[in-house]
Design a protein. Structure first.
Lengths: 290, 161
């Protein structure tokens, strides 16, 4: 048991170049949130006009009141501006907190308008909050300034956060695989209709073209099962697989988007920073001073 | 970091993982703990989808997806439409759908990703009526290259300006 814990501990606290990768994550997350809120589902007029009919806060943030136009725009633009400032690396200690708070309120608020509660962005809530506890502005910033060298404790915290985020994503795939198995059964993974029917109804023209070959969708369903089912075990088993899992993850989601029109860029856009770039081996040298 | 802190952090990671998996096994969500069960079901052979019919003032008709009438991500709409049709009082329902019609006429939005573009009336025209249907499709009978045609149309609601 001790041996396993020591191996895990080594993985958690010895990530390669954690500060550079956290900076890349900072950039990725800022861009994703900016795009989602500036261009995407954030229509102020709709949310203000229809709050009286649709707004039903539940759970741990049910104290957020109905927002009028001013309030909604403050939350929306607070998110957008803090995302931009964090992206360029301006006062990252403060802007990371601002983004975490504004985006939490924004995403929770709009999720209370329907019973479908935006699980697909929950990882962004987690990540933005956790990034407040580390240094994300050491690299790739327009405001370098002078920074003291990180000590061993700061290094290990940064490394742990990268590892924890990777674990989050790997666990997510295990959960999606298990949920399919438990709710529908193993037939989810080999029946043609699993992926074919949603493609017919919601999919792209390219996706509908493939309906002439139902075998394509059978393979699609099988591949989904293999990818989601093996991601977590491979992630645990061998660190050398992580970069390939990241690439495979991006390819998988791009493929799903091309065929079924289901977009998940807010997740896989983080994979280069999280799994691929500078993720070979472990830290060659850690700071000595504590 | 001392060993005790590392063990605490490791334990937190395990607790987090276990709570996520328990929610998956129970097929339930307690945000922020998620079961990630969004794609766990299969679509049935007989599928029901909302569709919106928009009538312009010259009588011409457009049949559009719900996402073309709401400036929000289309996959959120089934639950939202169901609520407006079955939960809202009649007066509120009328206000809600009239609001949508007016929005389409006065301030249509551009699409992005899963926010579909607003349906637009022809130049110089405006939408004067909106009808909400449930279309029932037999997906087993779909043929490639042909439009998806429902075998049954159920009128759920209609509103005129």
């Amino acid at each position: 048991m001790n041996r396993i814990y020591n191996k895990i501990s080594f993985f958690l606290y010895n990530q390669n170049e954690p500060f550079k990768r956290l900076a890349l994550l900072r950039i990725s997350i800022s861009i994703v949130i900016f795009i989602m809120v500036f261009f995407g589902d954030s229509d102020a007029q709709f949310y203000v006009d229809n709050a009286q009919f649709l707004y039903k806060p539940v759970g741990i943030f049910d104290f957020i009141p109905i927002l009028n136009m001013t309030g909604f725009l403050i939350v929306k633009w607070g998110t957008i501006i803090s995302a931009l400032l964090l992206l360029i690396g301006f006062k990252t200690r403060i802007t990371s907190i601002l983004l975490a708070v504004f985006y939490l309120i924004f995403s929770r608020y709009i999720s209370f308008f329907d019973s479908y509660w935006l699980a697909y962005v929950t990882h962004l809530n987690f990540f933005t909050i956790v990034l407040c506890f580390t240094q994300v502005g050491r690299y790739y910033t327009l405001f370098p300034g002078s920074k003291t060298e990180p000590g061993l404790k700061q290094f290990e915290i940064a490394s742990f956060i990268i590892s924890a985020f990777q674990f989050y994503v790997a666990l997510l795939y295990l959960q999606t695989f298990t949920a399919k198995f438990m709710v529908t059964g193993p037939n989810w993974f080999y029946e043609t209709k699993t992926t074919m029917y949603p493609t017919i109804v919601y999919g792209t023209d390219l996706g509908r073209f493939f309906v002439v070959t139902p075998l394509f969708f059978k393979c699609f369903s099988i591949f989904t099962g293999i990818f989601e089912g093996l991601f977590f075990p491979l992630f645990l088993y061998k660190k050398a697989t992580h970069r390939y899992l990241g690439v495979l993850g991006i390819a998988f989601h791009v493929g799903v988007y091309a065929i079924m029109g289901i977009s998940f860029y807010m997740l896989y856009a983080l994979y280069p920073a999280l799994f691929i770039i500078m993720n070979k081996g472990f830290a060659k040298q850690k700071p000595e001073k504590v | 970091m001392n060993d005790k802190t590392k063990k605490v952090l490791f334990s937190l990671l395990i607790v987090y993982g276990c709570s996520q998996l328990i929610h998956t096994f129970l097929n339930t969500n307690s945000w922020p703990v998620c079961s990630y069960n969004m794609f766990s079901t299969q679509m049935p052979d007989i599928d029901e989808e909302y569709m919106f019919e928009l009538t312009e003032d010259d009588g011409s008709i457009q049949l559009v997806r719900p996402g073309n009438c709401f400036p929000i991500e289309y996959y959120r709409l089934n639950g939202m439409i169901w609520e407006t049709l079955h939960v809202l009082y009649a007066k509120d329902k009328e206000k809600f759908f009239k609001g949508l019609l007016n929005r389409l006429n006065t301030d249509p939005w551009k699409g992005f990703d899963e926010v579909l573009p607003a349906a637009k009336p022809k130049s110089g025209k405006k939408f004067v009526k909106m009808t909400v249907f449930t279309f029932r499709y037999d997906l087993k009978k779909y043929k490639v290259g042909t439009p998806l045609v429902p075998f049954e149309k159920i009128t759920e609601y209609n509103i005129s300006l």
